[in-house]
Design a protein around this ligand. Structure first.
Ligand code: BEZ
Ligand code: FE
Length: 294
């Protein structure tokens, strides 16, 4: 819809007035953020010729996001994720560097102080799912091993839930370990399975209204840090998963899709672990860290 010159001028005058209201902000970065936000917000309102009813609905939606948010549930992160904003922030802040492993979305389910694993330990701690042996190396972009890198891992169980989504206080399917003197690591986790992001709140209603699925492609989260290197927040995905092309939070990158090798029950495990009559899988994920920004 086009508007007349006089109306258009009135709208632009308002933007100029609001932008100028931040001119006195002594913090230059905050001023830049606020003035750019005002310009983009007003551009959106004018672009779609937003109705008052729609603006009220938007405020009601944000209010509902706030009401459901507490220390176990963060609806605003979900909103940022499903709008692709989280992935855009990841993109802006993790420029590709040589052959460094690509980053992806953090998600809301990381927990500090997850248990420490020995090499080859089992991070499932009783979470249900098919055992999966995960092995790899941590190295720099020249191929030199990084010993002592801290590797945090977390994932959903086979029922699609992280431990923190249960109300019994359990700690399961999360841990941290360190790369060894040769930069190698190895642990048992669970073969990742698909799950929906929490969709019983306003973000879920929004996805339903726009005919979008809340499902995430199967994945296992990693956060890898070492002094002198850029901390890597990423996941690995399962080749062949039909949700790879429609991940609800836009987190999939081709370089992060891995070959999880399925094994029938009774197939001997490399470390001699007895898995009874369970099937299992294994995967290799070699991690390359970019240098920290200087
Ligand atoms: C996750 O992968 O844990 C996640 C990411 C974004 C939203 C919800 C969950
Ligand atoms: Fe996840």
């Amino acid at each position: 819809m086009t508007v007349g010159a006089e109306q258009s001028q009135r709208e632009e005058d308002l933007i100029a007035t609001v932008v100028a209201s931040f001119d006195g902000c002594a913090d230059r970065r905050l001023r830049e953020l606020m003035q750019s936000l005002v310009r983009h917000l007003h551009a959106f309102i004018r672009d779609v010729r937003l109705t008052e009813e729609e603006w009220n609905a938007a405020i009601a939606f944000l209010t509902a996001c706030g009401a459901i948010t507490d220390d176990r549930r963060q609806e605003f992160i979900l909103l940022s994720d499903v709008l692709g904003a989280s992935m855009q922030v990841v993109a802006v802040n993790n420029e590709a560097y040589a052959n460094a492993t690509e980053a992806t979305v953090f998600g809301p389910f990381f927990v500090e102080d997850a248990p420490l694993l020995e090499q080859g330990g089992d991070m499932s701690f009783g979470a249900v799912g098919e055992p999966c042996l995960v092995v790899g190396t941590v190295s720099d972009t020249e191929g030199r091993p990084i010993p002592g890198a801290r590797i945090e891992v977390w994932e959903a169980d086979e029922d699609g839930f992280y431990d923190v989504q249960y109300t019994d206080g359990r700690t399961a399917a999360r841990a941290h370990l360190f790369s060894d003197a040769g930069g190698e690591y190895r642990f048992w986790g669970l073969t990742p399975t698909p799950y929906p992001i929490p969709h019983d709140g306003p973000v879920g209603k929004m996805l339903e209204a726009v005919d979008r699925s809340p499902m995430r492609a199967s994945h296992l989260h990693f956060m890898v840090s070492a002094p002198g290197f850029r901390t890597l927040v990423t996941h690995i995905f399962v080749r062949g998963d039909e949700l790879l092309a429609s991940d609800s939070v836009f987190g999939v990158k081709d370089s992060l899709v891995m070959d999880f090798q399925p094994h029938p029950s009774g197939d001997p495990t490399p470390d001699g672990r007895d898995l009874g009559d369970s099937t299992w899988s294994d995967v290799r994920f070699d991690i390359v860290l970019a240098p920290a920004a200087s």
